[in-house]
Design a protein around this ligand. Structure first.
Ligand SMILES: [Zn+2]
Length: 202
């Protein structure tokens, strides 16, 4: 086993461990609850180190960075979900009362971004490096995300609120609205709330 293969295997194991842990947690919380999408669990760390918000059919991870924010979409099983056809807007509200509107469109990761590669046929196959799917030998694809550019380099934890509205999502949950507060610091006091709307009720 070469060094890089071994490293990939270790990274993957860690990644899956996180995913499995989150899934187990979600299953526990949602079992027996008719309104589980309102029982929002805030502050959970996602695969990219951000906070997750659960809609009815999608899970969103928001990552605040000094250059803006990134929003990743997952299935309830915490595998990457396609952003094809999706778009969105974000209203950033700063502590001084100023606001900034961002328009979101799906895009691939920038160089230097943490990236998860997955198989579109077998989305449970997730790796931190490009490669082939061990099940079907297809090339793994990088997970797309929304990116909204904003200078957040001076923003202290808990001082920026992002009101996020996404449309054109797949499945029955066509759009979602939720709010995230930046909270990278340990005392960030992150708070998450939101609503989800779509088609047929399950
Ligand atoms: Zn595959």
């Amino acid at each position: 086993m070469s060094k890089s293969v071994r490293r990939t295997a270790i990274c993957l194991a860690a990644l899956l461990g996180v995913a499995l842990g989150l899934s187990a947690q979600a299953a526990t919380v949602s079992s027996g609850s008719a309104t589980h999408h309102h029982a929002v669990r805030s502050g959970h760390r996602g695969l990219y180190g951000g906070k997750t918000w659960e809609g009815k059919e999608h899970v969103f991870e928001t990552v605040f960075t000094p250059d803006g924010l990134r929003i990743y979409m997952f299935t309830p099983e915490r595998t990457p979900a396609s952003l094809e056809g999706a778009s969105g807007t974000v209203t950033l509200k700063f502590k001084d009362g100023s606001t900034k509107e961002l328009t979101l469109a799906p895009q691939g990761p920038a160089s230097g971004d943490k990236t998860i590669y997955y198989c579109t046929m077998h989305p449970d196959v997730m790796k931190t490096e490009a490669g082939k799917c061990p099940k079907c030998n297809m090339d793994l694809v990088a997970q797309n995300r929304f990116f909204g550019a904003a200078d957040l380099s001076q923003a202290k934890p808990g001082t920026v609120t992002a009101e996020i509205h996404l449309t054109g999502l797949g499945g029955n949950e066509k759009e979602v609205t939720f709010t995230e507060v930046n909270g990278h610091g340990r005392n960030g006091n992150p708070k998450t709330e939101g609503t989800s709307s779509g088609g047929a009720k399950s």
